[in-house]
Design a protein around this ligand. Structure first.
Ligand code: NAI
Ligand code: A1CAB
Length: 266
């Protein structure tokens, strides 16, 4: 159980998901969480659980030891600059989940020597199933252990070099959307061959979960598992080869590189 006060600046999709995950995991008590948004009306669910909601970023930051910034990339500089005097490098850590904003830029805003962490989770953080990539600067061993433990309770986390952070954004954070689109396509196909949408959804989602668990738990390569499914002259290889003829793997790889270019070239 965490006893540190955590302020989440920007209670949108990801900021709210992080708050939900922190509560569901038991890492934070509602009274230790503060979440900000310009208009707090949509934070009613968290408020009902006892989380402090406010539009006052300055006050939220001053009360906290861990500050999670989940603002949009285009307004982070403006918003944080307005509250830069609230940061205290001697007792706080600034965690940014913002796409494409470097630790150097964060330190420039929050002040020299400010302990900064970049974390790249995905929206499954709301149910403690995130994949979170982390890098850090000016952070003590004790602080990083605390933060790694926090993200490990919200899923699985790995520490990476900052130069891989944009790649982590694509593979992990965008990746959940690619996976969901893959599941949606399976549902559409499943309906065409006879299932109702609810049953198709369950079969498609549990099947993808099982595939992922085989790789995570057994540490296998996908092709090793595919070989076990593809009966010679069978229906699986026939379908898989048709998908590849239609550009299945190629379209995914191209999509990943387009997402990556969008981050690094913007
Ligand atoms: N949505 C996702 O799956 C992921 C998003 N990210 C990054 O996280 C950041 C947030 O993304 P989302 O949650 O999707 O965006 P969002 O637009 O849902 O959330 C941003 C929130 O900040 C609030 N905000 C704007 N100005 C504010 C201010 N002055 N004070 C307090 N709050 C203010 C907005 O009202 C909004 O609710 C982005 O930088 C994004 O790149 C990173 C990984 C995954
Ligand atoms: O699409 C985006 O820009 C953000 C970053 C990763 C997930 N959503």
């Amino acid at each position: 159980m965490s006893n540190k006060k955590i302020a989440i600046i920007g209670g949108g999709n990801l900021g709210s998901a992080i708050a939900q995950g922190l509560l569901k995991s038991g890492f934070s008590q509602p009274s230790d969480l503060i979440i900000t948004k310009r208009n707090t009306a949509s934070l009613g669910e968290l408020q009902a659980l006892g989380v402090h909601t406010t539009s006052d970023n300055n006050a939220a930051i001053r009360q906290a030891e861990i500050i999670v910034v989940a603002l949009k990339p285009y307004n982070v500089k403006e918003v944080l600059t307005q509250v830069k005097d609230a940061f205290d490098a001697t007792r706080q850590v600034l965690i940014s989940v913002i796409t494409g904003v470097s630790m150097h830029d964060l330190e420039q805003i929050a002040g020299p020597g400010m302990p900064v962490v970049r974390a790249m989770p995905n929206t499954a953080i709301a149910i403690q199933e995130s994949m979170t990539c982390i890098c850090y600067k000016n952070v003590s061993e004790q602080q990083i252990n605390y933060i790694k433990d926090m993200f490990d309770q919200l899923g699985i986390s790995v520490i990476i070099d900052e130069k891989l952070m944009d790649a982590a954004t694509v593979l992990g954070a965008c990746g959940i959307a690619y996976a969901l689109r893959f599941i949606r396509a399976n549902i559409q196909g499943g309906i065409e061959i006879g299932f109702d949408v609810k049953t198709a959804n369950l079969i498609a989602a549990q099947t993808v979960k099982g595939a992922a668990e085989l790789l995570i738990r057994e540490k296998r390569h996908p092709e090793e598992e595919i070989d076990k499914v593809t009966t010679p002259k069978g229906c699986t290889i026939a379908g898989l080869n048709e998908m590849e003829h239609q550009g299945f793997s190629s379209s995914l790889i191209k999509g990943i590189t387009v997402s990556y270019d969008k981050i690094v070239k913007d």
